[in-house]
Design a protein around this ligand. Structure first.
Ligand code: DGY
Length: 320
């Protein structure tokens, strides 16, 4: 009998085809709207495996509704939407999608740094709004990226990929991480810093740290106060690492110069979100890994993990 796989969002049929001999697919039929909770709980009851997104909360209630679930394949590298301990207790394997999204997410991180430092969005709006009358010496003048200091908080795979780009830009690289990264130190000339030192020294403070109890709101009032008044803060990890009210205050009081944000505490944010009203902030709708090729690779990696579990083999990218 074929294993039943529930997919919590509509994905292209072409990606399902190679697996159709092994799996019976059931799938939520909307691409841009998450599956309602009651539907998810009903579907998981019959599923052997689930391919889910960060929009689904995989908690004790979900796991209790499952009857023969073997695996949850999360289409993301971050898995703060999953109660991994509870999954372990239920004997459910959890997998994520590291590696395949590293370079794409590092590209976006750099794009956000550059857009924010050089006021790209503001400048594009300026011309579109018909405000460009003359060239002027300090018109939309931003800050440089080359030769500045980047402070990377969370030196995982994506952190290292950002550090490689920073090296290419002639930046000095500081990083803070749970453990030292010899490779980054030797190959990229990155320096390990404690958190306060990084905050004080960096021109760009970049959050790439996973959201855990330890990292929840590490970027708080105290952290923003320690940053340079010229600092640019960039977050491409999880909104929960930031106290958004403290960030808003730091930006409006010019304690820091600007922020580039791909992630927020509660997503999606509404158009009335206070941070959207600030011209020194660039906000994006959580698109770190959003190149078409990378999103396809993430889905394929989920399927490979699902197939491994159904074949009784080791999964490729286990979390628990
Ligand atoms: C991730 O992979 O964790 C991203 O934030 C979602 O694409």
């Amino acid at each position: 009998m074929k294993s039943v796989i529930y997919i919590t969002r509509k994905i292209p049929d072409a990606l399902l085809r190679p697996y159709q001999d092994s799996f019976t697919f059931r799938m939520w039929d909307k691409e841009n709207v998450p599956v309602p909770r009651d539907v998810l709980l009903r579907e998981v009851a019959a599923a052997d495996g689930v391919l889910c997104l960060i929009t689904e909360s995989i908690d004790r209630e979900f796991l209790a509704a499952a009857q023969h679930l073997k695996i949850v394949a999360n289409m993301a590298v971050g898995y703060d939407n999953i109660d991994v301990d509870a999954a372990r207790e239920h004997g459910v394997v959890v997998t994520n999608t590291p590696d395949v999204l590293t370079e794409t997410t590092a590209d976006l991180t750099f794009a956000l740094m550059m857009a924010t430092a050089r006021r790209i969005v503001e400048a594009a709006d300026y011309i579109r709004e018909g405000k460009w009358d003359y060239w002027a010496p300090y018109l939309l003048a931003g800050s440089d990226i080359h030769d500045k200091t980047i402070g990377i908080v969370g030196m995982g795979r994506i952190g290292e990929a950002v550090a490689r780009r920073a090296k290419g830009f002639g930046m000095s690289i500081l990083y803070h991480n749970r453990s030292r990264k010899n490779h980054a130190e030797q190959e990229l000339g990155a320096f390990y810093s404690d958190f306060p030192e990084l905050l004080q020294e960096a021109d760009f403070v970049v959050s790439l740290v996973p959201l855990t109890e330890q990292t929840s709101e590490i970027f708080n009032q105290d952290a923003f106060k320690q940053m340079k008044s010229s600092a640019v803060f960039v977050n491409v990890s999880r909104g929960g690492t930031v106290d958004e009210q403290a960030l808003y205050e730091a930006l409006t009081s010019r304690e820091i110069r600007a922020a580039g944000l791909d992630v927020f505490t509660n997503e999606p944010i509404s158009p009335e979100h206070p941070l959207l009203g600030l011209d020194n902030v660039v906000c994006l709708p959580h698109i770190g890994s959003a190149s078409a090729a990378t999103r396809t690779s993430m889905i394929e990696l989920c399927f490979d993990n699902l197939q491994a579990v159904m074949n009784g083999e080791r999964v490729i990218t286990p979390v628990n």
